[in-house]
Design a protein around this ligand. Structure first.
Ligand code: DX5
Ligand code: ZN
Length: 215
C-alpha cells in the first residue's frame, strides 16, 4: 500500500501559510492535516470551521480534519460543511459515536475515529466496520513536538490485524512524533497515513515529505 503524507498545519507558520501550502502542493503530500482543539478535551485551542472554509478556498489537497473537542457533534458537522473531506473525532468525546459517523457519511464525507494512547481498541471495536480511517495517536493529543510513544506500534499492528481478519477497508493513520525513523516503525506495523508536524516544518517541508512518502 502506498504511503499518504499529511503535513500538520499546527506546526506551520500562520503568517506564511499561503507559501507553505503552495510548497506542500508541489510535494508528494496528498493531505493537509488540520487539528481542531477546544481547550477542554485537550489543553490547547486551535483552528475551527472558519479556518477550514478559508483553507478550502485555497487548495484542492484533501483536508484531513482531526477534531479534538468534547461533545463534537456540532463542530464535526460544521467542519464538514466548511469543506473538510475527512472528519476524525475521538469516540469517547460523544455518547453516540456510531450516529456521528452515520451523520458524516450522510454529508458525503469520510469518517475517522481516533484512539488516545490510553484508549483500547476493544472499547470501540463495533465502529470498525463503518469507518474510513482509524487514527492511532502516537502521543497524547494536544501539542506538536512531543516524543513518539513506541509502544503504540503494538496498537497499530492490532488495528491492521483486525482489518485483515474482517476484510475492513479503513486507512490506518498515525499522528504524533512522526519522523522518517518513527514513521518507518509505524509503516512496518501497518500504518499507511503519516501525519507529521514539527518534522516537516522544521526541516524545509519538501524533503521530509519526500522521505515519508517513500517509506
Ligand atoms: C497533536 C496533533 C498533531 C500534531 C503533531 O495533538 O494531533 O497533529 O500536529 O505534531 P508532531 O508531528 O510535531 O508531533
Ligand atoms: Zn492531529
Amino acid at each position: 500500500m502506498s504511503i499518504i503524507v499529511a503535513p500538520s498545519l499546527l506546526s506551520a507558520s500562520l503568517f506564511d501559510l499561503k507559501n507553505q501550502i503552495t510548497t506542500i502542493e508541489k510535494s508528494a503530500a496528498e493531505y493537509l492535516h488540520v487539528d481542531i482543539m477546544d481547550g477542554h478535551y485537550v489543553p490547547n485551542i486551535n483552528f475551527g470551521d472558519k479556518f477550514v472554509k478559508e483553507l478550502r478556498a485555497q487548495t484542492d489537497l484533501v483536508l484531513d480534519c482531526h477534531i479534538m473537542v468534547e461533545n463534537p457533534e456540532q463542530v464535526v458537522l460544521d467542519v464538514a460543511q466548511a469543506g473538510g473531506d475527512l472528519l476524525t473525532f475521538h469516540p469517547e468525546t460523544t455518547r453516540h459515536p456510531y450516529r456521528l459517523i452515520e451523520e458524516i457519511h450522510k454529508l458525503g464525507k469520510k469518517a475517522g475515529i481516533a484512539f488516545d494512547p490510553a484508549l483500547s481498541i476493544a472499547a470501540y471495536q463495533d465502529l470498525l466496520p463503518i469507518v474510513d480511517q482509524v487514527l492511532v495517536m502516537t502521543v497524547s493529543p494536544g501539542f506538536g513536538g512531543q516524543k513518539f510513544i513506541e509502544k503504540m506500534t503494538t496498537k497499530i499492528a492490532q488495528v491492521e490485524q483486525l482489518r485483515r481478519d474482517n476484510h475492513y477497508h479503513y486507512d490506518i493513520e498515525v499522528d504524533g512524533g512522526i519522523t522518517d525513523q518513527t514513521g518507518r516503525l509505524c509503516v512496518a506495523a501497518g500504518a499507511n497515513v503519516l501525519v507529521a508536524g514539527s518534522y516537516v516544518f522544521k526541516n524545509g517541508i519538501t524533503e521530509p515529505i519526500e522521505k515519508l512518502a517513500q517509506l
